[in-house]
Design a protein around this ligand. Structure first.
Ligand SMILES: [Cu+2]
Length: 241
């Protein structure tokens, strides 16, 4: 149902949607019931029929039922929501499934920096590929992210993955996601981080394995050219040219 409103493109998107749906259904039920009762009693005890207000203390057993029954039923609903929410929280935030690849994410005022493992598949080596506001992933691959903030609080969020995690200066926060549909999705910052917060938005590109390899090879070739140029420049500078 939620998928018709917004893409669901990660392995846990459906699970999070179920939690949202349970909360929406239970809240709507109580809202309709409470508003219905309110309008019913307003009409029933209108001034023309009951000119003199009745003083009700709510102390008799019969009156107290009106408080206890709804109260207990709302508590039962809370427990149902809690069961769904804790189960999903544990799966998404506490568990770490077997990882296929790592990616580093750094929030800056006001852009996202992404560091992808290069052709060797290892993060933190010389062939890593860094991008700004572009995260490239492979469909059906499980990623562990290492999230940092370079300056102030940011929030790394991919609504299509039903994913959101604050980035806190001085801390590296790890977690995971697994994209399940190819496509291009928004990566907004979801934490007020200064005057440029509104324009701090990246894109995640979920590729097939072949497409990703082509992108990576193209990027790696470009980085190699840049680094050769960089080395030449240093050599020229050292030679006093
Ligand atoms: Cu922000």
């Amino acid at each position: 149902m939620m998928e018709s409103l917004i893409h669901a493109a990660s392995s846990y998107a459906g699970e999070i949607d179920n939690v949202i749906l349970v909360i929406a259904v239970l809240s709507t039920f109580w809202l309709v019931l409470a508003e219905g009762a309110l309008f019913y009693f307003v009409f029933k005890y209108r001034r023309s029929k009951n000119p003199k207000a009745e003083y009700i203390t709510g102390e008799t057993k019969q009156q107290m039922k009106w408080i206890h029954w709804p109260h207990n039923l709302v508590l039962v609903c809370d427990i149902v929501i809690l069961v769904f929410a804790v189960r999903s929280w544990y799966h998404v935030k506490q568990e770490m499934p077997p990882i296929d690849e790592e990616v580093k994410v750094v929030g800056h005022q006001w852009a996202w920096e992404f560091v992808h493992a290069g052709l060797d598949g290892q993060l933190g080596t010389d062939d890593d590929v860094a991008t700004v506001d572009e995260l490239h992933l492979v469909v059906d691959r499980t990623y562990k992210f290492k999230l940092e903030a370079a300056d102030v609080l940011h929030s790394f969020s991919i609504p299509a993955f039903r994913f959101k995690q604050d980035a806190v200066p001085g801390r590296q926060i790890v977690g995971w996601f697994k994209p399940t549909k190819t496509g291009q999705y928004d990566v907004p910052c979801s934490q007020m981080c200064g005057i440029g917060h509104g324009i701090m938005g990246g894109q995640v590109y979920v590729h097939t394995a072949d497409e990703y390899r082509q992108w990576l090879e193209k990027k790696s070739a470009k980085s190699a050219v840049i680094s050769v140029k960089g080395v030449d420049q240093i050599a020229m500078n050292q030679g006093g040219i």
